[in-house]
Write a protein that binds this ligand. Structure first.
Ligand SMILES: *[C@@H]1O[C@H](CO)[C@@H](O)[C@H](O)[C@H]1NC(C)=O
Ligand SMILES: [Zn+2]
Length: 322
């Protein structure tokens, strides 16, 4: 149980707009909406900040509304590769872009929007959106980053070559980025890290196989961030890294919902601790205080540059009392 107080830092990817946090699974209401309960578990597990991801204009609006409910919540504004058709659906892509831009500006003013995203390329799910549309509007979103000076929250799945080409072509238009939920090869990793200011986001999906773990071992911690990508990508019992997990919570099936327990099969931000533990374990890192400082520092440099110092202080204070 999460009684030990150690700040693990941030969870940079949580989809609180997903129905599961409203208790809805496959269209069926199984329990009450429970974001507040999920958040309190996260804060007591040592999570300090959460970035709520938006994947479309509408979802980004909802993500901002959620982020406004707590000082430790922040969000992204952007369009996920699988949703890029929405630029053309209203018949006026430029108008859609302007709507995203004004939402991003509004959210920056409120101190809530910390990145453009999720955007990128996903060639595993071309049935949602063809590659040419994905590429066109991935590139368009660098313009959002350029105008707002926001970093980029990136999604790359089975598309490393095209992805890196687009990043290369637009490298002067954004300050920094993270390729989140990384599941690529060691080669992909090298390509990404050839861009200074590119970080790699690790979650349960990045820790599934022994090949995945080997890739993670090779990523310098100075270039890494951790996340859950809740409600997806949890660390399952079959995952290669599961042996390194130390923090566990009692769980129950969604049909037997109990607010004292996590829901089986639904990832949530307190579990970023497990990602942290597997990263430390597979890399053989013993100084976990130092590791959490480095990972959190990376996150703050990219997403919270204005309070880099105060965030680092909070982390040090948290770690020294653990
Ligand atoms: C969040 O969840 C919704 C509902 O399942 C989904 O449509 C959307 O693509 C997700 N967004 C992201 C950024 O993963
Ligand atoms: Zn993603």
């Amino acid at each position: 149980m999460a009684t030990i107080r150690m700040i693990v830092g941030a969870d940079i990817a949580v989809n609180f707009t997903d129905g599961m946090f409203k208790g809805i699974y496959n269209g069926k209401q199984c329990h009450v909406s429970d974001i507040a309960t999920v958040l309190s578990r996260a804060w007591s597990a040592g999570v300090d900040r959460i970035i709520v991801t938006g994947g479309s204009l509408e979802e980004s609006r909802e993500a901002l509304a959620i982020a406004e409910t707590d000082g430790r919540l922040f969000c992204t504004v952007g369009v996920h590769p699988t949703r890029c058709k929405e630029f053309e659906e209203g018949g006026d892509p430029e108008k859609h872009f302007q709507a995203l831009l004004s939402l991003a500006k509004e959210g920056i003013q409120k101190g809530k929007v910390v990145a453009v995203g999720e955007c990128g390329l996903d060639y595993d799910r071309l049935h949602f959106c063809p590659a040419d549309i994905q590429k066109k509007y991935f590139e368009k979103q660098f313009e959002l980053a350029y105008i707002t000076k926001l970093p980029m929250f990136l999604h790359m799945r089975a598309a490393a070559a095209d992805f890196c080409e687009l990043v290369e072509r637009n490298r002067d238009r954004f300050t920094a980025g993270v390729a989140h939920s990384f599941t690529g090869s060691a080669d992909d990793c090298i390509k990404l890290l050839s861009f200074d200011n590119m970080y790699i986001g690790i979650n349960g999906c990045s820790l599934k196989t022994t090949e995945n773990l080997d890739v993670v071992k090779g990523i310098p911690v100075e270039k890494m961030m951790i996340e859950t990508d809740s409600p997806y990508c949890e660390i399952k019992n079959t995952h290669a890294g599961v042996g390194f997990v130390k923090s566990k919570w009692p769980s129950k099936k969604k049909e037997k919902y109990d607010q004292e327990c996590i829901v089986k099969g639904r990832n949530e931000p307190c579990l970023v601790r497990q990602v942290f533990e597997v990263v430390a374990g597979c890399k053989g890192i013993n100084d976990i205080g130092k590791l959490s400082e480095t990972l959190y520092h990376n996150t703050c440099r990219v997403f919270f540059p204005h309070d880099l110092d105060s965030a680092a202080d909070a982390l040090l204070a948290g770690n020294s009392t653990s």
